[in-house]
Design a protein around this ligand. Structure first.
Ligand SMILES: [Zn+2]
Length: 190
């Protein structure tokens, strides 16, 4: 059995049993909150439970490291859609201790890519095309630095209204304990 057939088999039963009923909600986040967090598998269920978020409560964006790598990339676009179209009023960037994006080595990843069949010439071509892989394929020095950098990009975004509170937090991936790094209420106009 493949993972895909497991998923499809389960899904057919899930729908037939009407197991979706407790999850029914609408597109608007009831708590008017956007969470940007890491894709770490330890957080998949732990984070919503630890923050008391249920289906329908928040827009949750996950990527490697909870990083906003560009002010005009897809994470920031998602946040602006959540604020303007879905009426979110607060953002929480939740990094975590022990994040794999700490000290991620671009060269290490590229070596693995070459080991999997990507041609070294391809890397040169990308470089010549002006793509700075060292700057793009990277993480942060510490999870705290990562959260602070993401929070700073979001708060300073020219298209984000100044009354949106942007908080910075770190979560422990074992216990779910939250540490507040930056209180967004102290840094917004409301
Ligand atoms: Zn992580």
């Amino acid at each position: 059995m493949s993972i895909l057939s497991d998923i499809l088999d389960h899904n057919a039963q899930f729908v037939a049993r009407r197991d979706y009923e407790p999850f029914r909600t609408n597109v608007f986040p009831d708590k008017k909150l956007v969470v940007l967090t890491c894709m770490d598998t330890r957080l998949t269920e732990l984070l919503p439970r630890a923050l008391n978020l249920r289906n329908g409560d928040a827009k949750i964006i996950m990527n490697a490291g909870a990083i906003v790598s560009h002010p005009f990339g897809s994470v920031m676009r998602s946040m602006l859609v959540a604020v303007y179209e879905l009426l979110a009023t607060e953002v929480a960037v939740v990094g975590h201790y022990g994040c794999g994006m700490t000290g991620l080595s671009c060269d290490g990843v590229l070596q693995k890519a070459i080991g999997r069949g990507v041609l070294p010439e391809t890397l040169q071509t990308l470089e010549h095309a002006g793509i700075d892989l060292q700057k793009w394929l990277t993480g942060f020095n510490s999870p705290e630095d990562g959260v602070r950098r993401s929070v700073s990009i979001i708060r300073q975004h020219p298209l984000l209204p100044k009354d949106v509170a942007v908080h910075g937090l770190l979560i422990c991936p074992e216990t779910g304990r939250l540490d507040l790094l930056s209180d967004g209420y102290a840094n917004c106009d409301r």
